[in-house]
Design a protein around this ligand. Structure first.
Ligand SMILES: C=C(O[C@H]1C=CC=C(C(=O)O)[C@@H]1O)C(=O)O
Length: 302
């Protein structure tokens, strides 16, 4: 069976299946996964298909809320022109797959990755298969995964099951996924709710993420030496001692050049947020230096 064409249905959101998992979304331990929202996989949908229009809107809202809250956003995307080994058994069921052209591999504009997001090559149904997703989540201290994207009964379900088996709690967004039809969409939600994760709605995810969004809450640390100590300790858990020393010896040294990776950057800003100083991730990626972090500490202390 090939991917059907002319997909056109409304998401089955009435009377959502009750999730057996008792977990609540905790932003500090959460990452968002945007699963396969590539043009190739969305092309089969009829223009204006309500389920897809809704899913893209939900995904965009969740991604925006995640970035605002400093929650990591991870994308999966297949590569084009895969050879037989790379394609594996998928070739037997789905044919050769996408070509290496922007009209196939591109992630749709509405949920396009931004600087600081992570884009992983997708190899099999599960986003964890043959990919460093688990390592990225572990490095960022994340064990909850909000999943949006396509297709609900294939990769989304496979990823949720895989997450569960890796001690990562999946939260599948009922109105943030789409599928071949309403029956498969519903089947996927029932499967997740019964044996791997929480079925939730975009509005609930956005509300949970907003609870950590930067606020004007007073800083709990003093500027100056105390703040330096907080930054140093946070960096020390992420970089070798020599890197930390170098970062403080030259406060304008780029932390990424000193070995910090983007997931560690999320971690760093999380720790700083716990100390009462919310640093904008995008701004940090533009100027990843101790000098910038010192300024942030001072700004929030006033
Ligand atoms: C969008 C997904 O990709 C799979 C589904 C249909 C066809 C596929 C393909 O042609 O490679 C993927 O294996 C998913 O994992 O849900």
């Amino acid at each position: 069976m090939a991917i059907p064409s002319g997909i056109d249905y409304a998401a089955p959101l009435g009377d959502l299946p009750r999730s057996r998992a008792p977990w609540a979304l905790e932003p500090a331990r959460t990452a968002v996964l945007v699963h396969d929202l590539q043009r190739y996989f969305l092309e089969p949908f009829a223009p204006g298909c309500p389920a897809l229009v809704g899913a893209l809107d939900a995904a965009a809202r969740i991604v925006a809320a995640a970035r605002e809250a400093g929650v990591p956003v991870v994308y999966t995307a297949q590569t084009g022109d895969q050879d037989g080994a790379r394609r594996g058994l998928q070739g037997d069921l789905w044919g050769p797959g996408m070509r290496a052209v922007a009209e196939h591999v591109g992630i749709v504009e509405q949920v396009a990755p931004a600087p600081g997001d992570i884009v992983l090559a997708k190899h099999r149904y599960s986003a964890f298969a043959l990919s460093p997703l688990a390592e990225h989540l572990a490095a960022a201290g994340r064990d909850q995964l909000v999943i949006v994207g396509v297709y609900a009964h294939i990769g989304v379900t496979a990823t949720a099951l895989d997450a569960f088996q890796r001690e990562v709690r999946p939260f599948v967004v009922a109105d943030g996924v789409a599928d071949f039809d309403a029956a498969r969409h519903r089947l996927a939600l029932e499967h997740v709710a019964s044996c791997s994760g929480v079925v939730t709605l975009a509005a609930d995810v956005v509300a949970a993420l907003a609870r950590t969004a930067p606020t004007t809450a007073p800083a709990t640390v003093e500027p100056g030496a105390a703040w330096d100590a907080v930054v140093r300790e946070a960096l020390a858990s992420l970089l070798p001692a020599a890197g930390v020393d170098a970062a403080f010896a030259d406060a304008d040294a780029d932390l990424f050049l000193l070995g910090l990776n983007s997931l560690q950057a999320f971690d760093l800003l999380d720790v700083l947020a716990d100390s009462g100083v919310d640093v904008d991730f995008a701004a940090f990626t533009q100027r990843a230096t101790v000098a910038f972090l010192r300024e942030q500490g001072r700004l929030l202390a006033h």
